[in-house]
Unconditional design. Structure first.
Length: 392
């Protein structure tokens, strides 16, 4: 069983990421985790915070001499900004009241519901944890999951498909792993993680226009998982269905408002005959295959051997330069929300976070299938299962 948690406040000492259930003997390097953290920090339209932080993960436990031990792996990402926040975020009661409370909830944030739920009169006690700074810890954990998947030939990637009203022109060849890999490679070179160079330019302009007006933008992206065998997840119980697990994981990312699989919402308006991925058999390759992938690689809550395709929509960033109306919780008087240092667009970063969450869900489903406490055992069981599918 794979379990993982994050902890830490946005301006606290740092973030902690903890994962248990990774088998022993998996090569693990902080360098790869740091590379992934770097990818999350990029993208056009980010705010000042990204210039302060160059995230680095320290491996605190669970790894010895470059390989996992099978014990819980914990990672620490220090907040560089902490030195400026020592009094404001101190755990010491001596500092109580040394900085004024935040009493003005921002629309679109956890501020008001969180203050009401936890009975906090200082909204900082909510926003410090609800902030998307937490996603750095998820990306670090995702890097651990990706390391496992890579050992088994499973790759994850993502690319941005729209920012504001600008849509990328991408041929949706979701059945072809090489095509997906090429889209990913192009995305990695784009400031907006978009494989369409022309659209990237228009997206940049849309971000600039929004920024000049004191506004923000959202967008959409696709995550893929290529190389996974058929049969991860299960149809037998609602909470084992893999599409449901991916949807929960992606929806839990800050500002994600919709998630779909494969053709997603568009399938609803089409005919069954246009949509279903018909089944063929190749005697030469001794395998079943499809010519389309509208189901996004999942049927009945299980992978079907085609690439898994997940799409997500991110709302515009809720903190704007242009004031939004809200009500002060100390006076109950109306005010116009003040600006804080903030992103104008974080769609590229969100796509990297979604890759991480998808990798974690895939790794969990995979380990459920194979079992195994060491990588040798996992690989042995994995190969045996693949042969079973091949010989079926
Ligand atoms: C990578 C990433 C970066 C974000 N950056 C900001 C930001 O700079 N300012 C902001 O107001 N919201 C930002 N958000 C969105 C908020 O964290 C999010 O909207 C808020 O926590 C409320 O959660 P909800 O939108 O899921 O309801 C970001 C989200 C992500 C995924």
């Amino acid at each position: 069983m794979l379990r993982f948690f994050t902890s830490g406040e946005s301006h606290g000492k740092g973030l902690i990421a903890l994962i248990e259930g990774i088998p022993a003997g998996l090569p693990m390097a902080a360098d790869f985790i740091n590379l992934e953290l770097r990818r999350r920090q990029g993208g056009y339209g980010r705010g000042g915070r990204m210039k302060i932080e160059t995230d680095r993960a320290e491996i605190i436990s669970g790894v010895r001499w470059g390989k996992t031990l099978g014990s819980p792996i914990s990672l620490l990402i220090r907040n560089k900004d902490w030195e400026n926040w020592q009094a404001a975020m101190s755990e010491d009661q001596e500092f109580d009241g040394s900085v004024p409370p935040v009493t003005r909830p921002r629309p679109g944030h956890a501020d008001l519901p969180g203050a009401l739920k936890y009975a906090h009169k200082d909204i900082r006690n909510i926003l410090e944890r609800s902030s998307a700074r937490e996603t750095a810890a998820r990306v670090a954990l995702g890097a651990v999951a990706k390391s496992l998947l890579q050992e088994l030939g499973i790759r994850t990637g993502s690319y941005v498909t729209s920012v504001a009203a600008v849509e990328a022109r991408i041929t949706p060849v979701h059945k072809n792993e090489d095509h997906l890999a090429r889209l990913f490679q192009k995305a990695e070179k784009s400031l907006l993680r978009c494989p369409d160079a022309k659209a990237t330019e228009l997206m940049k302009q849309a971000v600039d226009r929004a920024s000049a007006r004191g506004d923000t933008v959202g967008g959409t992206f696709t995550v893929f998982i290529a190389g996974a065998p058929a049969g991860l997840g299960s149809h037998v119980q609602w909470d084992r269905k893999l599409d449901g697990l991916y949807a929960r994981a992606l929806m839990s990312i800050q500002a994600i408002k919709a998630v779909s699989v494969g053709g997603g919402a568009e399938l609803a308006g089409m005919k069954g005959s246009q949509v279903m991925d018909e089944i063929f058999y190749s005697g030469k390759d001794k395998s079943y295959f499809r010519n389309t992938n509208n189901m996004g690689g999942i049927e009945g809550g299980m992978t079907n051997g085609m690439p898994v395709i997940l799409n997500a929509s991110m709302k515009p960033i809720p903190t704007l330069k242009r004031p939004l109306r809200s009500v002060d919780i100390s006076t109950r008087k109306a005010f116009a929300a003040a600006y804080e240092r903030s992103d104008v667009c974080a769609v590229p970063a969100a796509s990297v976070v979604a890759e991480a969450m998808s990798a974690l869900v895939t790794a969990e489903a995979l380990l459920e299938k194979t079992g195994g406490d060491s990588m040798a055992e996992v690989i042995r069981n994995y190969n045996a299962y693949r042969k079973q599918v091949q010989d079926f």
